[in-house]
Design a binder for this molecule. Sequence first.
Ligand SMILES: Cc1cc2nc3c(=O)[nH]c(=O)nc-3n(C[C@H](O)[C@H](O)[C@H](O)COP(=O)(O)O)c2cc1C
Ligand code: SF4
Length: 531
Amino acid sequence: MSIKIDDLNEIKKKFLEKEKNKIQIKIAMSVCAKSSGSEKIFDYFMKETKDKELNVEIISTGCMGFCYCEPTLKIVYPKSEEIKIIGDVTLEKAKIILEQLTKKEKIESELKPRVKEKRVSLLNCGNINPESFENAVAYGAYFSLENLLHNFTKEDVVNSVEKSGLRGRGGAGYSTGKKWRALYERESDEKYIICNADEGDPGAFMDRAILAGDPHLVLEGMIIGGYAVGAKSGIIYIRAEYPQAIEVLLRAIEDLKKYGLLGESILGTDFSFNIELKYGAGAFVCGEETALIQSMEGKRGEPKAKPPYPVEVGYRGKPTVVNNVETFANITRIFQNGVDWYRKIGTEKSPGTKVFALVGKVKKVGLVEVPLGTKLKDIIYEIGGGIKNEKSFKAVQTGGPSGGCLSSEDLEISVEYDELVKKGAMMGSGGLIVLDEDDCMVEMARFYIGFSVGESCGKCTPCRIGTKRLYEILDKVLKGGGEKKDLDLLEELSITVRRSALCGLGKAAPNPVLSTLKKFRNEYLNKIERR
Ligand SMILES: Cc1cc2nc3c(=O)[nH]c(=O)nc-3n(C[C@H](O)[C@H](O)[C@H](O)COP(=O)(O)O)c2cc1C
Ligand code: SF4
């Protein structure tokens, strides 16, 4: 079956008609929700509402972002915008909610929507059933693809992506438009478009949440990308430790094949495209694009020197574009809402939003999405609720093991690509790990260098040996055997590793050491002086 615009409209109409008069109880069934007991709550509502004339529909959704108070649920009343969000749902609480619904009593919202948030990639996460193609279509999926395939040339699509100013969300913030143009302009009998869903940095779970909560948003972005660059194959490289996201994606891909949105002559055009999954085994280095391609080819996951870049020589030696999950999610939104809409969000140099996994010592740990340019203090205090147990804020580690730390002096900065780099940190993929007054920054630096030592592929000496030596010096300082000259050595060695390592893992591994040395030198000196 090859779906047409009328069919999409019909699916949307039917779905919205069905939900129009019902009270919907949307229950988060993401990994964090399930580990807090949401399945019990879901089963309870399913069982207890089955034979009652309550006009209630129970919907399983992805992550709602309130990880600190899972299980969470939303009650959406028909014909109104009224939404109640309830956290820490227990069976007792669920019973009370059901009684109130039965008696038509007013239910109070416990969690307020976050004012500073702007949901673009996460808009439907926690609102739709990720396993339902119809639900995705009813909430807007595939209409822009339909429009684009009939009315946009490939060049138009590439131009729009360039104009949007979208920067890749996988870490470095490279222009997606430039990358797509390079592939579009390259002549080749075969080209590939790869979605990087490796997400190996500690504390990060943004991509998992997007894929498991709204898979069609990413799939549509990939199909748009395939059309623009002239690729017939799309591959999602996803870590095998994400079984829920994998299951949801496989189901979504099956549905797309069934409706003719993947395969030959998509939407009645001469464009053919397929998407398949390849699984990573959880090595951080396999998130680096050249190592990822090696791993996809069944080889050892080791990075290669660049150039040549994947757009020149990529998967199976063919021109390839590698983009992050959130980058593809943004692509779909850009074509749904237009370039002008997109450019109004964020800043001139960093348009759009960014999803962060806000974790560590904040009160409200969770998944958040804010316009780029939002102040760091607003993310930590307004959205994150401030520091747990009335302790004081010490630092935030951005970008995981490749990132750097920001201190209380940096709370006023705008979170956007170039500002973070100016402050010695980096955006990375979106992990924000908050530390309080009890955390030791030297220990933190040792933890991250230890992670890089373990994850280094060993191919080049500066990284294989250099990170190990950095770890040993930090360990010596922490154990009381450090001397002042060790700090100079740490600095010198960090710079050497940064300059000479082959890939981004080694080049960025010393960042936590350099940024803590710069911002928290006193902590190092205290350890040395107290020996
Ligand atoms: C050690 C290392 C790990 C990486 N891990 C990821 C990852 O998990 N996901 C990702 O999208 N990019 C990761 N990257 C960046 C990729 O190499 C690549 O730049 C990115 O996928 C490009 O997508 P974008 O242009 O959409 O940002 C990693 C880079 C390095 C050096
Ligand atoms: S920098 Fe590290 S991870 Fe990258 S190639 Fe060299 S040894 Fe491997």
